[in-house]
Write a protein that binds this ligand. Structure first.
Ligand code: NAD
Length: 367
């Protein structure tokens, strides 16, 4: 994808379209409504493959530039995620500026829904940080371009089982690359974060005979999951000292950092959390140097977007799961590409995403 090289001085002069041109974003809609207090930005990165889809995040940003920067970064990430997952979706994202606990209400959400509708389907929204499926129901009153609705509204419901299945098959592909067999039997796996995705992953791993360690900040979750699956609880200050085969971050981002990498003893990192590498360039390289295979997060956790995509098609969980199964091949293929081209695994994932978009853009130009 075309990338221009603007200098910081150019960005100071042209902070909006200048920033869009850095990664070739197509369109931004700035939304303001004094009556409801709505201040939002909808960013559309790329629609070559289809309408842009990505969640709406509500966050108390320190200033508008921080919000703009976030929505541009997140929308671009969605382009790559959907492309690599083989979906006919482009990348988009929205941010609503403000404290959800203080200003989120029906009127604000419906006003936001009208702005989404004004784009005529070029952007489809969904849940993200501080937004719930109930909020999606409210937005739906004003626009049809909403996904991630509850099952009782014809939606796809909780995407976590599909996401967890994608993580599981991606882990198997990583095992095949590392040990020549995709069996996870007897492998020692640390699952950090045993929420919606983490618990279902523990279920898959236990059924396959892996030795599972779990960590979470919720004592309640730890008790429930260790009782149910006989997984071993490990304290936060001990978990990175464990002698394990696979680390599965399923809680927060940026857990692969200088501190954890100085201790981590594993062969594979593969989990559901977004933005696992604290600094993509630095820690992507450091992981490889330590002989750890990193399965890129946005490839591994694509089950969530796959689930939402099938909601747009008339939801069927079997189809969503069967598409998520392809994450096995995608993961394995990107490892081969990384080896062939002597690049890092996250770079190979980006390359796969770009190649598909460029190929489809070419056939669109011919037709
Ligand atoms: P969740 O909120 O249900 O679970 C997260 C779990 O992590 C909770 O049990 C929480 O107590 C625990 N946690 C929080 N901070 C922690 C810490 N510092 N140390 C250990 N545990 C901690 O979330 P989820 O839906 O299971 O998603 C997990 C991760 O995967 C998130 O980063 C999410 O963005 C990402 N993800 C989820 C989906 C999905 O379909 N749910 C899709 C793509 C990506």
């Amino acid at each position: 994808m075309e990338v221009t090289t603007l200098k910081n001085s150019d960005l100071a002069k042209d902070p909006v379209i200048g920033q869009m041109s850095l990664h070739n974003h197509e369109q931004i809609l700035f939304c303001n409504d004094n009556a409801t207090g709505l201040k939002a930005i909808i960013a559309i990165h790329n629609t070559v493959l289809g309408p842009s889809l990505g969640g709406t995040r509500m966050w108390n940003y320190a200033n508008e530039m921080e919000a703009l920067h976030d929505v541009l970064r997140l929308s671009r990430g969605m382009t790559y995620k959907s492309s690599v997952a083989g979906l006919n979706l482009g990348g988009g994202k929205a941010v609503i500026i403000g404290d959800a606990k203080k200003i989120k209400n029906e009127a604000l959400l419906r006003r936001f829904g009208k702005f989404v509708d004004s784009l005529g389907g070029k952007y489809i929204t969904a849940e993200d940080v501080a937004m719930t499926s109930r909020d999606m129901e409210i937005i739906k009153m004003e626009t049809d371009y909403v996904s991630g609705l509850p099952e009782n509204m014809g939606g796809s419901g909780d995407p976590s089982p599909v996401t967890a299945y994608g993580v599981y098959v991606s882990m198997k592909a990583s095992a095949k690359e590392t040990w020549g067999s995709d069996s996870l039997s007897a492998k020692k796996v640390l699952v950090q974060g045993i929420g919606h995705v983490g618990e279902v992953l523990v279920d898959h791993l236990t059924k396959e005979g892996a030795k599972v360690y779990i960590n979470d900040i919720s004592q309640e979750r730890l008790k429930a999951v260790s009782d149910k699956y006989k997984a071993e609880v490990v304290a936060a200050d001990k978990m990175f000292d464990l002698d394990i085969d696979i680390y599965a971050p399923c809680a927060l981002g940026a857990t692969v950092n200088d501190d954890t990498l100085s201790k981590l003893k594993c062969k594979i990192i593969c989990g559901a959390a977004n933005n696992q590498l604290a600094d993509e360039k630095v820690h992507g390289a450091l992981v490889a140097k330590k002989g750890i295979l990193y399965a890129p997060d946005f490839v591994v956790n694509a089950g969530g977007i796959i689930n939402v995509f099938y909601e747009l098609e008339g939801y069927n969980r079997e189809r969503a799961l069967s598409h998520a199964e392809k994450i096995y091949d995608t993961t394995f293929n990107l490892f081969q590409l990384a080896k062939q081209e002597n690049i890092l695994t996250y770079q190979a994932a980006n390359k796969l995403g770009e190649q598909r978009i460029e190929a489809i853009a070419r056939i669109n130009a011919v037709l």
